[in-house]
Design a protein around this ligand. Sequence first.
Ligand SMILES: [Mg+2]
Ligand SMILES: [Zn+2]
Length: 226
Amino acid sequence: MTSNTQTFSLAIFCDFDGTFAIEDVGSTLARKHLSKRRSLLWEKLKMGDLDPWRYASELFGGFEFSEAETDKFLESVSLDPGAHDLLRWCKVREVPFRILSDGFDRNLDKIQQHQQVFFDYDANHLEILGDRWHVTPGYPDVSCGCGTGVCKKSRIQKFVVKNPEVRTVHIGNGRVSDLCASLFVDYVFAKETLAEELEERNHRFIKFDTLFDVIDSLDKIVRPRT
Ligand SMILES: [Mg+2]
Ligand SMILES: [Zn+2]
């Protein structure tokens, strides 16, 4: 990373569903179109009979939803009101920004095109063949207890090994997919079930409502102390 006016460097990792985007693409689709299957699998997930990736793959594997139907739905997804500003904040400060998503690459590509917003990301893989969804995990890590298709902690860990001097930030909303990363980074921004979980664990985090709140706090974090 090139030098800037900060006293130290930051790198920002951000969840997509319910954090960078207002709605959760996967759970909104599942509630609308797979409600029976979802409630059966949800029980198994809660009981610990399925890990989060198995839950997602059994829920969405074979989902009959064409490219056209999928894209129509994706056009209705709106981003957090501060999403564009957060990207700009990072860009002018040369702060690396990466979306870590337990959703699907194809959908993120479509949303980026539609919203004219561009970011690097790690996600699970989705192909729609013959109007059916085929899903494969992106970056699972059996050594982490999260059981998700994209272990966010291991993605951040990989970055830290290469950039040990950089302080890491994670922004998220979900107890299931954001917890391992949240316990690992230097600064956590949390809302919803992630905030509840961190509170229960007495783990320090910064509460936020929209990404504008995150920007305000980041300004304070990077401001050189006088
Ligand atoms: Mg989320
Ligand atoms: Zn993990």
